[in-house]
Design a protein around this ligand. Structure first.
Ligand SMILES: Cc1cc2nc3c(=O)[nH]c(=O)nc-3n(C[C@H](O)[C@H](O)[C@H](O)COP(=O)(O)OP(=O)(O)OC[C@H]3O[C@@H](n4cnc5c(N)ncnc54)[C@H](O)[C@@H]3O)c2cc1C
Ligand SMILES: *[C@@H]1O[C@H](CO)[C@@H](O)[C@H](O)[C@H]1NC(C)=O
Ligand SMILES: *[C@@H]1O[C@H](CO)[C@@H](O)[C@H](O)[C@H]1NC(C)=O
Ligand SMILES: *[C@@H]1O[C@H](CO)[C@@H](O)[C@H](O)[C@H]1NC(C)=O
Length: 509
């Protein structure tokens, strides 16, 4: 329950504004306060003012990743002609989660003797991969130790180490697939490392404490290098460097789809621009238990994977609100730097406890200064941090104003003040109260009978899905494949047990 003190929105936000003014006095520079993480999570406790999430809007903002020429060859795949009427597994959503689930199903079922290929269909309301995965910051970095103490308090040592392991597993596997298939150029993979900038003294102290706790717990910290004020390319703040890659997320998902489609274990089809408006128990002639309803007709399925992230509660209403997944709008822009690539550094960066993240795109022919993709600015959208905003057809001018000023302020002389971005867009993330996703069979706690038999979900990455969605989809595909083959499933060592919807193997500490 929400404590009455938090219900009266005035109280905590007085304090929030207090922090805001404090930082503008002491630093006098950055357009947004840092260390807003805890306060934004607290906003999740505000009274719920919306029911289930809507379907994704049809008039979305154009993103650099989706709308660069030639970037989305599968955009309208399967949007016309006959709809696949029947499938063993229906996957709703063609982002990183849905396509990873198809890829892993192919891997899990490889080499099954005498079996016909599994009929799998992916449906998406919009163009291929035009949700969060087609609109994010393009970072692929496993967490090193940030927020280690907080997670330790909440979940205990085993679970925190699994969290770190899951992110390392994701990044290692994704990079391995890219390298094995020679896709580095196709997906613009760069291995520049990632710098977490520690902007306030409190952030530095907290980071040192997190590092110590992670070290004591036996976490692998070999890749971490501390940087002093003079080593962060003119930002004049300390920080640390650790493993980090960047890529073009839509292009990676496109390649992953091609690999899944080529799997001999699958008969895979894709229908874009086909929103699933309801899932109902089948009636009439179908032998499959479930029917997906779409404006183009219906699809009968035995198993369903909900890979709809921020929109998951549209079809699963019990997953709306703070006990489920809340849509939260995030904003990104493509801003041209005013200095050469090497002087602004190739790294990907974040403002650690703040919400900003950025990296320079590789230089294209004829370009002197790189295009920097920067996201964040939600701290400027108090008091609600864009919570419950599921409309990515518009941008938030306050977030936009903060983002425009952020880099010119942090790196004096390297960006032109007042310069307009070349593109600016929004996307919808799915937040949960724990900041961790729900992975596993769909369970409605209010119902004693299992009314979602055969439904699975992986959703709610809370703005941190790039290093997690691929592995969560792997766990899901293992469960689904085990069910198909009549085998039992036990979670892989790297999967935090508290992610699981049915809490298999979760030992309370
Ligand atoms: C602006 C922005 C910046 C981000 N930055 C980062 C970052 O720096 N690092 C990081 O790790 N993560 C980041 N994220 C989060 C990350 O992008 C997501 O966690 C991840 O992409 C989720 O993948 P997904 O496949 O689950 O969801 P999505 O990519 O959103 O895919 C869900 C798909 O489901 C479809 N869909 C929804 N409902 C229906 C329906 N009823 N019928 C049919 N289709 C439906 C949607 O159209 C969509 O294509 C960011 C997200 C945004 C929006
Ligand atoms: C794949 O499924 C479609 C129907 O969805 C069917 O027409 C086709 O023959 C199948 N292909 C294979 C190789 O089984
Ligand atoms: C069968 O299900 C569809 C939805 O899938 C529904 O519109 C229709 O009314 C149902 N028919 C009967 C006879 O229940
Ligand atoms: C996008 O479409 C929705 C629904 O039709 C509408 O409410 C919204 O204003 C549109 N957005 C823009 C920016 O036009």
């Amino acid at each position: 329950m929400i404590p009455p003190s938090l219900r009266a929105a005035g109280m905590p936000f007085q304090r929030l504004f207090g922090v805001w003014f404090l930082f503008s006095l002491t630093m006098g520079t950055l357009p947004v306060p840092t260390s807003a993480l805890a306060d934004s999570q607290r906003a999740l406790e505000l009274p719920v003012d919306h029911g289930k999430a809507p379907l994704p809007v049809a008039n979305w903002t154009k993103s650099f990743w989706i709308n660069s020429p030639g970037a989305n060859p599968l955009a309208g795949e399967g949007s016309q002609g006959p709809l696949t009427e029947d499938a063993d597994v229906c996957i709703i959503g063609s982002g990183l989660t849905g396509v990873s689930a198809a890829y892993h199903l192919g891997k899990q079922l490889e080499g099954r003797e005498r079996a016909a290929p599994l009929k799998v269909v992916i449906l998406d309301a919009r163009d291929f991969c035009a949700g969060a995965t087609g609109r994010n910051g393009g970072h692929l970095s496993p967490v090193a130790f940030a927020s280690f103490n907080l997670a330790l308090q909440r979940f205990g040592t085993d679970e925190v180490l699994r969290w770190l392991a899951l992110e390392r597993h994701t990044v290692t596997e994704v990079v391995k697939i890219i390298e094995e298939h020679g896709l580095q150029e196709a997906v613009d993979l760069t291995n520049g490392g990632r710098i977490e900038l520690l902007i306030t003294p409190e952030e530095l102290t907290a980071a040192k404490a997190d590092y110590k706790a992670a070290e004591a717990a036996g976490a692998d910290l070999d890749d971490v290098k501390w940087l002093n004020e003079g080593e962060t390319f003119g930002s004049s703040h300390p920080g640390y460097l650790h493993t980090g890659y960047n890529l073009w997320p839509l292009k990676f998902v496109t390649e992953l789809y091609k690999l899944a489609a080529a799997s001999p274990a699958l008969n895979l089809t894709l229908h874009t621009r086909t929103p699933v408006t309801a899932v109902t128990p089948s009636n009439g002639s179908s032998t499959r238990p479930w029917t997906l309803n779409t404006p183009r007709g219906s699809v009968s399925c035995t198993r369903i994977i909900h890979a709809t992230n921020a929109h998951v509660s549209h079809l699963l209403p019990h997953m709306s609100g703070p006990a489920g997944v809340i849509p939260v709008r995030a904003q990104v822009m493509a801003l041209r730097a005013a200095a050469p690539l090497d002087s602004i550094s190739r790294h990907a960066w974040t403002g650690n406890e703040g919400f900003e993240y950025w990296f320079p795109r590789p230089l294209e022919e004829g370009q002197e200064h790189p295009l920097v993709i920067i996201g964040g600015g939600r701290e400027a959208t108090l008091p609600k941090y864009e919570l419950y905003v599921a409309d990515d057809s518009a941008i938030n001018p306050k977030a936009g104003a903060a983002l425009r000023k952020f880099l010119p302020t942090l790196f004096p002389g390297k960006y032109e003040e007042g310069r307009e971005p070349e593109m600016e867009w929004t996307g919808i993330m799915g937040y949960t109260a724990s900041s961790d996703p729900f992975v596993g069979p769909v369970v409605d706690p209010s119902s004693s009978t299992n009314k979602y038999e055969g439904h699975f979900v992986s959703a709610g990455y809370s703005g941190h899905g790039m290093p997690r969605a691929f592995a969560c989809a792997e766990a899901l595909a293992q469960m689904v494949a085990a069910g198909i083959m009549g085998k039992s499933w036990s979670p892989p060592e790297w999967l935090p047990r508290h992610y699981l919807t049915n809490r298999v193997g979760l030992v309370q500490h």
